[in-house]
Ligand binder design. Structure first.
Ligand code: BES
Ligand code: MN
Length: 448
């Protein structure tokens, strides 16, 4: 096995699940591994503890006369459940048919390691890089990056750069170089409905005490109308319409309704009327239910009126929706439809603003050249993305830098799902892409 692949397998063995306190030491050990890797390739690396998980920052020796590039990524991963659906244990990476399967393989360990090893190759071959480089690798992306926000505020000066490169996004299809110029934002909310003080006998009290699960289901059913639109007053107020050139370009891509149906295994696609599937996922806002609970969940039956029921909601946002303003509107809506027979508690979670940039600026053009060279001359496609990376907007605004989103995840890499995977071909392409990218950016010369 080659050394890069061995490194990848080592990286994937850490169960660095950021949301689960039981894995805090695994997350910390993973940060140490990342930092040591960065040291070993000749960078100066530091682990910064936070109130949550550590942040790793590494740099080469900066010289005037070169542009400064910050490469952002994350070493934390999502939980693995339902674990019984994995064909191999999520933290025991397996390679079959040139594809590595493990939690984090694509999101984001495989991709950020490709950047690291691309840099390693350049340093090994040339003794230096064509740019001033900063790696910023965090452990809380999957839980909203709250400590990175503070860290950025406090360290903006030492993280100052001209351009930020991020490979935590996707490619439209294998061997089709992809530059993304937008991400959706996100706002999250938990709703809890409380009825009786304890679970009650549903024969003795059924018909006289409101059932929290029934009430919750009715409330949640008011979130959408028959046309698939979000039925919260004012929800679409600030939404910027998709531009015609985008609609035209996206229709030509080799992915559409049929491919998405096949990838997901659903009998029919669904969503807001009047938009194609790609338009709906990349450039239209949504309301989603991510989890729901209450009442008896065990084997067999139990006749109770549960004391409480809850649901976890998230809203994907597009330019120029504001997460806080959207949450206010959603809360007003939920309060207006909640009956007085129960109590309702709403708890806001993490959020992030949507991101949109010009893919054809100076650095965007350099990225497109690097993509073209990496993928045998194929013209890169320009897309938006449905996912969110909340910290990106902040990186741009606080560091006053352009952002390049050039990820290598394929639509069937199963990020966040069982059997997450990453083709080694993409991993190796990522290593080459990083070298090309730094060369293209370097060739632009100094900026300030
Ligand atoms: N890499 C993803 C974001 C992503 C996915 C971008 C697909 C483009 C295409 C990232 O790791 C992620 O999953 N982010 C979370 C953020 C949330 C937990 C705040 C997301 O989008 O759900
Ligand atoms: Mn993710």
């Amino acid at each position: 096995m080659d050394a890069p692949v061995n490194d990848l397998l080592d990286f994937l063995r850490f169960p660095s699940i950021s949301t689960d306190p039981a894995h805090a030491s695994d997350v910390a050990n993973c940060a140490t591994w990342v930092s040591k890797k960065l040291e070993s390739i000749g960078l100066d690396s530091q682990i910064h503890p936070t109130g949550g998980h550590p942040i790793v920052v590494a740099k080469n020796k900066h010289r005037t006369g070169r542009p400064t590039v910050l490469i952002y990524g994350h070493y934390d991963v999502q939980p693995v459940d339902p674990v019984e659906l994995w064909t191999s244990p999520p933290f025991d990476p397996q390679i079959a048919n040139g594809i590595v399967t493990a939690r984090g393989a694509t999101d984001n360990k495989g991709q950020i390691l490709a950047h690291i090893l691309g840099v390693a190759g350049q340093i090994a071959d040339n003794g230096d890089l064509p740019v001033n480089l900063i790696f910023l690798i965090e452990g809380e992306e999957e839980i909203g990056s709250s400590h990175l926000e503070d860290f950025l505020q406090q360290n903006a000066e030492s993280l100052r750069c001209d351009v930020v490169a991020v490979s935590d996004t996707g490619m439209v299809a294998p061997n089709l170089p992809t530059l993304s110029y937008a991400l959706r934002g996100i706002a999250t909310l938990q709703i809890e409905i409380t009825g009786p003080a304890v679970d009650l006998h549903s024969g003795v009290y059924g018909g006289t005490v409101a059932n929290p699960i029934t009430v919750l289901a009715r409330i949640l059913s008011t979130l959408h109308d028959q046309q698939g639109r979000v039925a919260v007053e004012g929800f679409y107020d600030d939404v910027v319409e998709i531009e015609q050139w985008e609609r035209d370009a996206w229709r030509k891509l080799p992915i559409g309704e049929k491919e998405i149906r096949e990838l997901t295994g659903v009998p029919e696609l669904s969503g807001e009327q009047g938009y194609t599937a790609l338009e709906r996922t990349w450039a239209r806002p949504t309301a989603e239910l991510n989890g729901i609970g209450g009442g008896y969940q065990g084997e067999g039956s139990k006749t109770v009126i549960p004391s409480r029921a809850f649901a976890k909601l998230s809203f994907r946002l597009v330019p120029k929706q504001d997460p806080a303003r959207v949450l206010e509107k959603v809360e007003a809506h939920l309060r207006s439809v909640c009956p007085s027979s129960v109590r309702m508690t709403l708890t806001g979670g993490h959020s992030g603003a949507p991101f949109l940039c010009d893919p054809n600026g100076r650095w965007g053009k350099a990225a497109q050249r690097a993509l073209r060279k990496t993928f045998g001359g194929t013209e890169p496609v320009l897309i938006r993305e449905g996912g969110s990376i909340p910290i990106i907007t902040m990186l741009r605004d606080l560091l006053n830098a352009d952002v390049l989103l050039l990820g290598l995840a394929l639509p069937d890499c199963r990020a966040h799902s069982p059997n997450e995977n990453f083709p080694l071909e993409n991993f190796h392409a990522g290593i080459r892409l990083n070298r090309m990218l730094l060369e293209e950016i370097g060739s632009e010369g100094a900026v300030r």
